[in-house]
Write a new protein. Structure first.
Length: 717
């Protein structure tokens, strides 16, 4: 090889090596272009977004309770633990220079991990080592530029993408166990700019971690906290500089010792510089807060484990978990209506709860006690060939409002049949009382539904009740028809969601479903498989069966509140014909004309609605259709049909109905039962939907009782 060829080969190898070692691959820059600069800001704070949710209530021993509240809000702008700030002073930036459309194959060839120091309103990239000229916009026709930036993390906790990695830059992060090293990491992704933009590039930084804090308050309980821990937390993940997390893993534990924190005073247990900065995630089954404390009254250390399963930590949100230690209080649900007003003792098959407390109610049939007196009309049929007797779980006509007196059987125990929010109802037990014993339970304060029951010594369910947890409370909407005003509850029975009056609330929420004439609901959470309903916990699993016990009557339904029988033979009463009075004790005949009238009304022991409310007659629902269908407006949320708004009566959600083991027409139309029997095994329902620019409706004589539908309760009239 000649010396000239050898020299050229050596030069090419040297250039190749130099290129391979270089982290930044500068491209030609027009001398006429301006210096590159950035206008950096941090995403803002919306104080109005703060929400408070009671997550649970637990026994702390000695008659004390531990209540956990979650207060969720968007983090303060520039949240830096103890020192919130609206400014950002230093960050690192990657720059991509390319032609054509961005397709994720580009590499950071313009800037790589270049430090930017902000002074005043803008910041400029530092001059690279060995260079003297400031970075300028690249210029050039058809060139495009985009930037990704990040703030620093603690050393040793992060692995970053390299200059040879294509697409959105990323980092792989493991949350340090030392909170002083858990930084408020922020990232930014710019829009696409022309190469000759020559103005400051905008970078809006967003928080990519979730700030978790813990405080405590106490009410009449004294003692000392020992430690507080987050356990079962995913503590490793990959985060793109576009703020998207993926590949979460790990099972981290984060603990703070609290040897001097007193139970009796308000305490900031984990706040300020000790704030835990966690990876955003949906918390798994093992996620929990563990609090170790001791009470001055003695008994040694108490470890309270508070499950966080299913809770969601969003990026840029601050979650304050407030632990309250207090004495148990007890409330009799038969002595307040759904709005919290005091009333004379009145029983129902559904009781509503809004605050975390201990509750009781009498072991009495629904509607059988009214304003402190026996209400025999609720369980006495008027007669007629289609009026069914009201039987107890033994199949015998009810003769007393009090379950143990009526059946002559002493209840052995109580249980949660099912609940659609884990831990919502706990500690269900029988208590002494007069004129009958009581059923007691603890409510966590969470939104959801449960069915609880009492059983005899053979484990047979004697009666059951629906407990409806709705922390936001209840209201009504009025409808006038036929010279009378009817007040509807503002949502379907058992509604569980983000609020009844918004499209978002209904699109993301669920209703409960009822066989016609039955007092117990089927859950609207989860999904049916071939025979059972997922998404619930309890002593029984909601199920569908296609057979029916021989010689069965309503007593079978009482004993199996969790079973949906997929035939209509149970509508045949134990008397001589079809039952027409199961939800209206004053009804004695079917109404199969096209214009049903308003019949006499008496809320029955089988009515499923809470105190003061009942299933509306077909006449009342006809008023809703005729008065408001011309005002119908369909609403959607994120492209999903939520329901139809009918004037002053508010939202009627598209929650469909159950056909065998499948939800039908979910997000397509609303279908709700009336209390009016049509004929035989069919009952009136109202179906509402929106079509061809105008509201449409029809009322159904195809409403087989075994196809569970939602119920929109109306105030007793």
């Amino acid at each position: 090889m000649t010396s000239k060829k050898l020299y050229i080969s050596f030069l090419l190898l040297a250039l190749s090596a130099l290129t391979a070692c270089r982290k930044e691959l500068p491209m030609p820059t027009s001398a006429a272009c301006d210096e590159l600069s950035f206008a950096a800001q941090v995403s803002g704070f919306d104080a109005a977004s703060a929400t408070k949710t009671v997550l649970g209530i637990w026994d702390a021993g000695g008659g004390d309770i531990l209540v956990l509240e979650q207060i969720d809000c968007l983090s303060d702008a520039g949240f830096t633990k103890a020192a919130p700030s609206n400014a950002i002073s230093t960050f690192y930036v990657h720059g991509f220079l390319y032609e054509g459309a961005w397709d994720g194959t580009q590499k950071p060839n313009y800037l790589f991990k270049r430090k930017v120091t902000v002074s005043g309103a803008t910041g400029t990239p530092e001059v690279a080592s060995g260079q003297t000229q400031a970075v300028k916009w690249p210029g050039g026709s058809g060139r495009r530029v985009r930037f990704y930036a990040y703030t620093t993390c603690a050393s040793g906790s992060v692995t970053r993408s390299t200059a040879s990695d294509a697409g959105v830059p990323y980092f792989i992060y493991t949350v340090p166990t030392d909170p002083s090293k858990e930084y408020d990491i922020k990232v930014a992704a710019s829009p696409e700019y022309a190469g000759d933009n020559n103005a400051a590039a905008s970078l809006t930084f967003n928080h990519v971690c979730s700030a978790v804090q813990i405080s405590s308050v106490a009410d009449g309980v004294k003692g000392t906290f020992a430690s507080v821990s987050l356990k079962g937390i995913k503590n490793c993940g990959k985060c793109g500089l576009d703020g998207i997390w993926s590949d979460l893993s790990g099972n981290g534990t984060f603990t703070k010792t609290l040897s001097t924190a007193k139970v009796s005073a308000a305490q900031n247990l984990v706040t300020g510089d000790d704030t835990w900065m966690m990876i955003p995630q949906t918390l798994g089954s093992g996620a929990r807060i563990e609090l170790v404390f001791s009470k001055s009254s003695g008994g040694g250390d108490i470890t309270a484990t508070v499950p966080l399963s299913g809770r969601v930590w969003e990026a840029g949100h601050k979650y304050l978990y407030r632990l309250s230690l207090a004495r148990w209080k007890e409330f009799d649900l038969s002595e307040t209506d759904v709005f919290g007003n005091e009333i004379g003792s009145t029983t129902a098959n559904c009781y509503t709860v809004t605050e975390a407390e201990t509750y009781t109610f009498p072991l009495a049939y629904g509607a059988a006690v009214k304003d402190g007196a026996v209400n025999a009309a609720a369980y006495t049929p008027l007669g007629g060939s289609y009026a069914s007797p009201f039987v107890n779980y033994l199949g015998v006509q009810i003769s007393s409002p009090y379950i143990e007196t009526d059946t002559g059987v002493t209840a052995e125990d109580a249980c949660v049949v099912w609940q659609d929010t884990e831990g919502m109802i706990s500690d269900v037990q029988l208590k002494s009382g007069s004129p009958c014993r009581k059923l007691q339970f603890r409510y966590s304060g969470a939104a959801g539904n449960a069915v609880i029951a009492v059983r005899d010594e053979d484990g047979v369910i004697m009666w059951s009740w629906h407990i409806w947890g709705r922390p936001e409370g209840f209201s009504t909407v009025n409808m006038t028809y036929g010279g009378r005003t009817f007040a509807f509850l503002d949502c379907n029975m058992g509604f569980k969601g983000n609020g009844p009056t918004t499209s978002e609330g209904y699109a993301l929420g669920t209703s409960l479903y009822y066989d016609w004439g039955r007092k117990d609901p089927f859950p609207g959470t989860g999904a049916w498989n071939s025979t059972t309903r997922a998404g619930t916990t309890g002593s029984y699993t909601p199920s569908c069966v296609v057979s029916y016990p021989a010689a069965a009557n309503y007593a079978t339904l009482i004993r199996t509140p969790h079973v949906n029988y997929l035939i209509d033979s149970y509508l045949v009463s134990s008397k001589t014909g079809y039952a027409v009075n199961w939800w209206n004790a004053a009804e004695s005949a079917s109404q199969n004309s096209s214009d049903p009238s308003l019949a006499d009304f008496e809320k029955s022991v089988y009515d499923p609605c809470p105190i003061g409310f009942c299933v509306p007659q077909e006449y009342i629902l006809k008023g809703v259709r005729e008065n408001y269908i011309s005002l119908a407006e369909e609403v959607t949320h994120s492209g999903t049909k939520a329901g139809i708004v009918l004037g002053d009566t508010g939202m009627w959600p598209y929650h469909g109905y159950l056909l065998y083991n499948n939800l039908q027409y979910l997000n397509s139309y609303c279908q709700v039962w009336s209390s009016t029997n049509y004929s035989g095994s069919k009952a009136w329902f109202t179906r509402l939907y929106y079509s061809s620019g105008a509201g449409r409706y029809y009322h159904g004589h195809e409403g087989h009782g075994y196809n569970p539908c939602p119920i929109r309760p109306v105030a007793e009239y």
